[in-house]
Design a protein around this ligand. Structure first.
Ligand SMILES: Cc1ncc(COP(=O)(O)O)c(C=O)c1O
Length: 383
């Protein structure tokens, strides 16, 4: 690991994260802390709404549109392909419920998805007789060949976590996107464990639909999520989320006309979580100012050092070691201590991690430091 003095992003940005004054916060795969910049953006909105009511609502709408632009930039999409949702699950539901299913169709996913990417698909069984095919992992990895082997003529979609929440495995969405193109099936990506930490390019990866809430690697508040639906797929996706604001003349209230908006905003059913969007915009601005490639390099460096240190102390690391196969999550376990015991040992020293499955999940972001990783390792007993 390079020393902290080599870390440019830390030098410039760490002080913007007040959480660092109290904690070694390494739970960005759970819920991230907010930066001062995000806090100030949200506080500004709250003050305005408090003092002026909705008199400045045009500014709120403008901020939402700027947020849409930076969200699009973040994933290499066009603004007309972005809608705002309340969370990741809402985006996945819109995908699952909007495909024109026929009895006997199937959707392929893994057996280790976060449930947000399971239940919306399972619920299709009763309604349409759609089968969900779940591919098990092998040694913490998902093999593309295993996915390819279950795709058949009745497969309509592949849906997957870009980074698996319980192993940290980074799926190769470029290769999976190609596979989906070959079979002409929908490709849906839950990117909440990758967006903000590593590069995500919906175009080069042939992603049809992507969903990610802001509260993890984007360093934004909960309840302000990005939903992407490609231009090519928009008309094919049945809109099951139509509300007053989905239509071309949303403010012509009593002149009912169900003509849908031409862009992805047709999937937005009603009023925005404006305070959340102020936060989301400020959070994305911050990430783009630093640059995702710099953030990714830094995260991979911190997690690589963590893995080496954990193994040197005798812990078993579940997360794959190759840079291309992981992002910001490292999960480890031991035979001597339960995950709860390890979590508590770290928590007692103000080191924030999470228990996940048989292990403890550590998920540092770019503003964490090499010294913080070393401190975490110091607190863990040798095995
Ligand atoms: C892979 C994954 N998807 C989705 C979620 C959460 O979904 P939502 O934004 O709907 O709360 C999580 C974690 O909370 C997750 O790890």
């Amino acid at each position: 690991m390079n020393s902290d003095s080599d870390c440019k992003p830390r030098q410039d940005w760490r002080s913007k994260f007040p959480v660092t004054e109290t904690y070694i916060y390494m739970n960005h795969a759970g819920v991230a802390p907010l930066s001062r910049r995000v806090r100030e953006a949200m506080a500004g909105f709250i003050e305005d709404a408090t003092v002026n009511g909705a008199v400045n609502a045009e500014d709120w709408a403008e901020t939402a549109e700027v947020c849409r632009t930076v969200a699009a930039q973040l994933i290499n999409a066009d603004t007309r392909e972005i809608a705002f949702m309340k969370n990741t699950t809402q985006g996945i539901l819109i995908a699952a419920n909007g495909i024109d299913w026929q009895e006997g169709d199937n959707v392929v996913t893994t057996a280790v998805e976060f449930p947000a990417n399971v239940y919306p698909w399972w619920s299709l069984k009763e309604r349409y007789g759609v089968e969900t095919r779940m591919i098990p992992e092998r040694d913490g990895c998902i093999c593309i060949e295993d996915i390819a082997s279950v795709i058949d003529t009745r497969t309509r979609a592949l849906t997957i976590n870009h980074v698996e929440f319980a192993s940290g495995f980074r799926n190769d969405i470029q290769a999976l996107g190609e596979l989906c193109r070959e079979h002409n099936i929908w490709f849906i990506v839950d990117a909440i464990q990758s967006l903000g930490a590593i590069e995500v390019d919906v175009k080069s990866c042939n992603v049809d639909i992507l969903a990610a809430d802001g509260h993890k690697w984007l360093l934004a508040p909960e309840g302000a999520a990005i939903f992407y639906c490609s231009d090519e797929r928009r008309e094919q996706l049945i809109n099951t989320n139509i509300g007053w604001s989905s239509v071309v003349n949303p403010r012509d209230f009593l002149n009912y006309d169900l003509t849908q908006k031409p862009d992805a905003t047709r999937f937005e059913e009603g009023s925005y979580n404006s305070v959340g969007l102020y936060g989301l915009k400020a959070a994305i601005d911050l990430l783009l100012d630093i640059g995702i490639p710099i953030i990714e390099t830094r995260i991979l460096e911190l997690t690589a050092g963590l893995i080496v240190g954990l193994e040197a102390k005798g812990y078993r690391v579940i997360t794959p070691k190759e840079d291309a196969e992981r992002a910001g999550i490292v999960i480890f376990e031991s035979e001597q201590y339960t995950p709860a015991e390890i979590y508590e040992m770290l928590y007692a020293e103000n080191i924030i991690t999470a228990e996940r499955g048989s292990g403890v999940r550590v998920s540092p972001h770019f503003y964490n430091t090499v010294s913080e990783v070393e401190r975490l390792l110091e607190v863990l007993p040798d095995l």
